[in-house]
Design a protein around this ligand. Sequence first.
Ligand SMILES: [Zn+2]
Length: 184
Amino acid sequence: MPSPIAHCSLILSFWKALKEAARQDRGDAFQRGGKMRTMGLITAGIAALMGPDLDLLIGIATGEGFAAYHNTFTHSLFMVPLFAVVYAGVFHVLFRGGFAQFLRIGAAGFACHVMLDSVTFGRGVQLFWPMLDERFSSPVHVFRGVRHSVNAPLFEHFKTVSSELLFVAVYGAMVFLKRRSGLH
Ligand SMILES: [Zn+2]
């Protein structure tokens, strides 16, 4: 998996949709334009983009180590609808509205996370669980992947962070140019 750096950078593409979802707030749960609303939107974005990695908690809870179930069933494309419904339910309650919008954000965020993980050098992800138990990894790797072993050489971590910062720079520039061209 890439680190949260690459995953969370996608919030740039989700920000407009998140603001639209919050606009459906029927009770004005967070003061409009206030810091709490911005924090709420960032939290909703990160939750959508990092949701599949909740599998880290399973290994911690069972005492088998946090990587024991990592990139397994929560990284299946078949889990997208289930995750999206749960995600939309939670943020619909928090923002008092916007279920349909949060449903789309949850589905898109979850799918993006799984796709980024699948183009990462590493063990691969269980993309088609429960149909297939095999882990899948793209033959083309965009990211080096996080080395969970504490004994991983420092240079390995450097390669991981470098590949992700390069991704963020290119992706950020593309978003910036797209927005700029949209203004004219
Ligand atoms: Zn992941």
